[in-house]
Design a protein around this ligand. Structure first.
Ligand code: HH2
Length: 255
């Protein structure tokens, strides 16, 4: 899954693809590099981000979705607002990526009504404040338990499929991210596919000594190869070509 943020302020690609022309250029490049899904976002959810209105989000993502609708690629809308998801599905999106993990019951109604699968991500708190003091009794049990129960609820409500995502960096300290990644096979052994999105996130910079987000691709590849080996079905990345190459080599090594 290639990340396409049509925002001025995303932590890594903010302001780089926020015109239609630039967004389509990046979409073409990621598709050419081997991305099977493009995840279009119109609101940054980086730590400290301020929310934007549904109208503003739609003004950003709809023109891009309409253009991409007849490309041969699966389109995901990265939003936590049901009204944005509904309009995006109407404009050609196939999948909803909800970083709030279906907190809003209307999101479930929108996805079930449209017959759209949904990615359920775990986030503790809200983007504005989630990194101030994240605390867990037991992060693995809490996060995986939440994902399993939200997934079952969604399937029971008629959503055709779910992806479960531990939400790396969303209300988690470095040790929380590491614990979740080390225990990933406890989630991937279940019936639902698992998505991992660690691309360029801060803990990679902390562990690997890379201050700038754009310098964190080697560490991102390391995390995502680990996730794939532990059974993740999908990874969400900014830099597609390097990940495709690494995954191909890993697959060959594993025979
Ligand atoms: N991470 C981000 C946004 N959406 N969705 C899923 N399912 N999993 C993730 O880990 C995830 C996500 C944050 O990254 P990015 O989109 O690059 O930045 P921003 O939120 O600043 O736009």
């Amino acid at each position: 899954m290639g990340i396409l943020n049509v925002t001025p302020d995303s932590f890594s690609d903010g302001g780089r693809h926020d015109t239609l022309e630039a967004a389509l250029r990046q979409a073409r490049a990621m598709q050419g590099a081997g991305a099977l899904i493009l995840d279009i976002g119109g609101e940054s959810t980086r730590p400290g981000a301020q929310p934007v209105s549904a109208g503003q989000e739609l003004d950003r993502v709809l023109p891009v979705l309409r253009e991409l609708a007849d490309w041969n690629v699966v389109l995901s809308i990265d939003t936590l607002k049901p009204e944005v998801a509904a309009a995006a599905l109407g404009a050609g999106a196939h999948l909803v990526n909800d970083v709030s993990g279906l907190r809003d019951p209307d999101m479930l109604r929108v996805c079930a009504g449209a017959g759209a699968a949904v990615c359920i991500m775990h986030m503790q708190g809200e983007p504005r404040s989630m990194q101030l003091q994240p605390e867990y009794q037991g992060v693995v049990a809490e996060v995986f338990g939440y994902l399993r129960s939200q997934g079952q609820m969604a399937l029971r409500a008629g959503v055709p499929g779910v992806l479960l995502d531990p939400g790396i960096g969303f209300g988690k300290r470095v040790e929380h991210n590491l614990e979740l990644l080390r225990a990933l096979d406890e989630l991937t052994c279940g019936p639902d596919p698992v998505l991992v999105g660690a691309s360029r996130k801060k803990f990679i910079g902390t562990l690997g000594g890379a201050e700038q987000a754009a310098d964190r691709d080697p560490g991102s590849v390391a995390v995502h190869l680990h996730a794939a080996r532990r059974g993740a079905a999908m990874i969400r990345v900014h830099e597609v070509a390097g990940h495709v190459q690494a995954l191909k080599v890993q697959a060959a090594l594993e025979g």
